[in-house]
Write a new protein. Sequence first.
Length: 109
Amino acid sequence: MILESLDIDAGAFRDHTGWEIKPEGACKGDMCVPLPGGFELRRTAERLGMALVHDEEQGVWALGPESVGGRALVTAAAPELVLPDLEGNEFRLSSLRGQKVVLVAWAPY
């Protein structure tokens, strides 16, 4: 979720993340996570294990998916990946370190 401000209400949070803010906390399906002090985006993101990253240059925030239950990536660091390039030469993903990279994967099934 990309945000221009951290000042969003519970309804917008629900619409974009699926987490509904109730008196018992943030709830999705049968799971509720208590929110002491009520809904505030920074605290709620922390309680749900959602990464919250600010890009000062662009003036936007990125809110990642929840990691309650440990099923989300905890880092954006990719493991070393070595594959042949179009000429058959070894290519290492780490050769692009420090650059923005988009990985596209495809499977025929």
